[in-house]
Design a protein around this ligand. Structure first.
Ligand code: 2P0
Length: 333
């Protein structure tokens, strides 16, 4: 019996310039470019084993055995690896996040990045990070960015492709390029109300502001990219908050809402802290949590104020992080 197994650890990323919306047709290509920071301090660990005794793929996420659509989505990614490696063997996968799953804390980004890396390594494919990123993107576009550490960019996808054009994220700058802390304000411990893919598809189909979002997101990402490379923290923060607000306004206009009361309260507190002279900026993904960008020297002042906001359950202080890691596992003796 062959023994092919690998274990990967990947970190979530937070888009500073947001991806929201897909190209029409196959391939899961984003309609807009996005730019993210990968975070230390939160991780998904995934162990994958090709196992000839199995007749079906078996995935355990946390303590849950996956069935139905979530299982099919994971199996589809592994199918691409099997095809490339000439394998038909089913896999057993055990994956765990050390932070809430499917709640807007980018667990699909770290989850699919870790799965892609573990599957490619276990199958003995000598793929480049770009190939792994392209594989992860097809499952979940934000995952393409978590294949890289530091700051990473994912371009918009081609128009009218049948899905066969490769599109990977690209590293833009290392984790030390812009000193910052990202304080995650957790405002709810459960799952989010609308899955991101569904929220995106509804926004594309019925938001009156979607066309404007498409052009705005391109301008915002280009400006943010430039501000990052020139080391202008304030401009990066302002553009990141603007991207998140524009994305959520576009979604809200057709009834796709991710905010709760604490989300709005946290945004208000950020405005008050800025009025008091602190450089703090918020960003929100497909969930109610607010991630706050702050200069490292101001973080000890800001975090207690964030924790005191009504509805903030807890805070997680993170820094820009490194690329994922992977190890091939040896057969137990
Ligand atoms: C992002 N989000 O750029 C944006 C901002 C959430 C808000 O990418 O459909 O799980 O699997 O490609 O990547 C979340 O959506 O969506 C996301 P799919 P994904 O991080």
């Amino acid at each position: 019996m062959t023994f092919n197994a690998a274990s990967a650890v990947a970190h979530p990323n937070i888009a500073l310039a947001k991806y929201w919306g897909k190209r029409d047709g196959a391939g899961n290509y984003p309609a807009v470019p996005s730019l993210s920071v990968t975070l230390d301090g939160m991780a998904t660990r995934t162990t994958l084993r090709f196992d000839e005794r199995l007749s079906e793929d078996r995935f355990i996420l946390g303590n849950e055995l996956l069935i139905g659509r979530p299982l099919e989505r994971l199996s589809r990614l592994v199918d691409e690896v099997r095809l490339a490696a000439g394998l038909t063997t089913r896999v057993s996968v055990v994956s765990a996040n050390d932070f809430p799953t499917a709640s807007g804390l980018a667990s699909s980004a770290s989850g699919f990045a870790a799965l892609a890396l573990a599957a490619v390594t276990a199958a003995d494919l000598a793929w480049t990070p770009e190939q792994v990123s392209n594989l992860a993107r097809r499952a979940s576009a934000s995952a393409a960015r978590s294949v890289f550490g530091g700051f990473a960019r994912l371009a918009a996808g081609p128009i009218g492709s049948d899905g066969s054009v490769a599109l990977a994220a690209e590293p833009v700058a290392g984790p030390d390029a812009m000193p910052m802390k990202v304080v995650v304000c957790v405002t709810h411990e459960g799952s989010k109300s609308v899955a991101s893919t569904d929220g995106m598809l509804r926004t594309m189909a019925s938001s009156p502001y979607y066309e404007r979002w498409l052009s705005y997101a391109v301008e915002n990402e280009a400006a943010l990219h430039k501000a990052l490379l020139s080391g202008n923290f304030q401009e990066v923060g302002e553009l990141a908050e603007a991207s998140a607000l524009a994305m959520h306004a576009t979604a809200l206009a057709c009834g796709v809402s991710y905010f709760n009361g604490a989300t709005l309260e946290a945004l208000k507190q950020l405005r008050l802290l800025r009025d008091a002279g602190l450089a703090v900026y918020g960003t929100i993904d497909a969930g109610p949590h607010v991630k706050v960008l702050v200069r490292p020297d101001q973080e000890p002042i800001v975090t207690p104020k964030l924790r005191a906001i009504a509805g903030v359950v807890r805070t997680i202080v993170t820094t820009p992080g490194g690329a994922p890691s992977v190890e091939r596992l040896k057969k137990p003796s």
